[in-house]
Design a protein around this ligand. Structure first.
Ligand code: NAD
Length: 282
């Protein structure tokens, strides 16, 4: 029998615990979000993050810039937020306008306020096995789902499709930390299905419908990170849910699987950074 992993239910559970915890704090945690440009999807994401944060008792400040903002303006604002003791977490909404050096902007965030774990320092900590303050939100969300459904990765073959810094690489690294045997596939991988057929756990983060039921073995755990709109405007994931869900032991739906976990992780990460900063200043 296939279990559908319910990201919305788990998100609500995590956020309800977090809300109770925040009510015991003297001060509200504060998340600052930088939004540059006029990407419609980014605006929706930022609004959702703000709404979720405020519901929990996290103060959310959104700092908006036009698409032609100078890089220096962003760097100066981040320096200012770094020094501001009221700000606990900083998020730069991606994508940034093309003329801006994304990594330079991200690396200006103080590592202790880097809520996405994207700075070189925090990535370095993650990839060398040192603990960063928080893990990147989407891969962290995947771990929450695996834990909720008691899926142990030890000794399992985890196949990750996608090698972005946002999802694929950190997801692979976190699976390694859990003692999985990990294979990372990407757009240059040959004979993809020969590899996916050997997966005990398949994590797909691509952004196109790619995974069919003949690409996996029976009882595989399938985590679908992909989210995009197809030509009919329907929200889709990487996995052909209809067929794959008949064969998988566990599967995440799209929407309602990994997506809600990403936002839950962002809130948890904000609170973790808040607590870490309070610990240091006490
Ligand atoms: P990306 O474009 O940076 O990376 C896509 C990866 O897929 C690349 O590494 C590429 O090599 C690989 N790829 C492309 N075509 C392939 C193919 N035919 N076979 C094998 N690999 C192939 O994207 P990203 O930022 O990593 O996001 C991936 C998907 O996950 C997108 O749909 C994005 O919207 C979604 N996403 C969802 C969440 C969430 O919370 N659910 C969060 C982040 C990203």
């Amino acid at each position: 029998m296939t279990t559908i992993m319910d990201g919305k239910k788990l998100r609500d559970k995590i956020l309800s615990g977090l809300k109770s915890e925040i009510q015991t704090f003297d001060k509200k945690p504060v998340l600052a979000v930088i939004l540059a440009g006029d990407d419609a999807a980014s605006r929706i994401y930022v609004n959702n993050k703000k709404k979720t944060a405020e519901n929990l008792g996290i103060k959310s400040i959104v700092i908006e810039y036009p698409a032609d903002v100078g890089e220096n303006i962003l760097l100066e604002k981040i320096e200012e937020l770094n020094l501001d003791k009221e700000i606990n977490a900083i998020l730069v909404q991606l994508p940034l306008p093309a003329h801006i050096d994304k990594q330079k902007v991200i690396d200006t965030i103080a590592p202790i306020k880097d809520v996405d774990c994207f700075t070189i320092e925090n990535s370095g900590r993650l990839y060398t096995g040192l603990e960063p303050y928080v893990y990147p939100c989407t891969p962290q969300g995947i771990l929450y789902l695996l834990d909720e459904y008691k899926i142990n990765l030890e000794g399992k073959h985890v196949v990750v499709i996608g090698r972005s810094n946002l999802v694929g690489k950190p997801a692979a690294q976190l699976a390694l930390k859990r003692n999985a045997t990990v294979t990372v596939c990407h757009s240059h991988t040959r004979n993809l299905s020969d590899i996916t057929k050997t997966a005990d756990v398949l994590i797909s983060a691509v952004g196109e419908v790619l995974i069919e039921d003949d690409m996996m073995k029976d009882d595989c755990v399938v985590i679908d990170v992909g989210i995009f709109r197809d030509c009919n405007g329907k929200v889709r994931g990487d996995v052909n849910f209809e067929t794959v869900s008949k064969k998988a032991s566990y599967i995440t739906p799209v929407p309602g699987g990994v997506g809600p976990m990403t936002i839950a992780s962002l809130m948890v990460n904000t609170v973790k950074l808040y607590k870490e900063q309070n610990k240091r200043s006490s």
